[in-house]
Design a protein around this ligand. Structure first.
Ligand code: G3P
Length: 217
């Protein structure tokens, strides 16, 4: 399972990359706005900087919702760096655009996916990644992990090549459950990735080892 970080914050991207386990980055308009990135030139520059920091797929989301607008924006984003993956919303024109990008050799990430039917459409259009939002599904009283398992089963039966990129991760347990459910990739805030490190017995065990190590010196 690949690990992506879900942020536009450069310090957090660097910290995750320094761990040596980072395979890519995902962003969205909310995450970019949070970092104060404004205007086309600044947006393009920010994606370029992320591409220089991390050697892996970098999802850059289009802001338009018409077929023509998505294509125009996607072409510009894809021209920034070969690792750019154009992130496209799960709407009718988005599916049309994903098919166009697929036919023209541009990688895509179909975002805002909340059902198996949407995931089938994204795969039919040839999306490189499909992004089910598990945290938001959990928030609405449904089971996000059940959707990951359902999509994983459908893709396996049908032989779809689209990778399942579990998004909207809220904690370390989500990451573990995604690994069990068959996600190909998780994209997570830094905090949840670092949460995987934590276990009280590790802390207690290390404190004891360090204490005993003094007796060895
Ligand atoms: O990037 C899409 C997704 O990960 C958003 O997560 O926490 O806003 O539901 P969240």
């Amino acid at each position: 399972m690949k690990f992506f970080i879900d942020t536009a914050n450069l310090a957090q991207i660097k910290e995750a990359n320094d761990l040596g386990i980072l395979d890519g980055v995902t962003t969205n308009p909310s995450l970019m706005a949070k970092e104060g990135i404004k205007g086309e030139a600044a947006i393009m520059q920010h994606y370029e900087t992320i591409c220089e920091l991390v050697d892996g797929d970098i999802s850059a989301e289009v802001l338009g919702t018409s077929f023509e607008g998505i294509i125009e924006e996607g072409k510009k984003l894809a021209a920034i760096h070969p690792n750019i993956v154009v992130k496209v919303p799960m709407i009718k024109d988005g599916i049309k655009a994903i098919k166009w990008f697929t036919d023209n050799g541009i990688k895509t990430n179909c975002t805002l996916v909340f059902s198996a039917g949407q995931a089938i459409l994204a795969a039919k259009a040839g999306a490189s990644y499909v992004s089910p939002f598990i945290g938001r599904i959990d928030d609405s009283g449904w089971d996000g992990m059940q959707l990951i398992a359902q999509i994983a089963s459908i893709y396996q039966i049908q032989g779809f090549k689209t990778e399942i990129l579990a998004a909207s991760i809220r904690n370390a347990n989500h990451i573990i459950a995604c690994a069990e459910a068959g996600a190909d990739v998780i994209t997570s805030p830094l905090e949840s990735i670092l949460g995987l490190l934590k276990h009280p017995l590790t802390d207690i065990g290390l404190a004891k080892f360090l204490e005993d190590a003094k007796k060895m010196g």
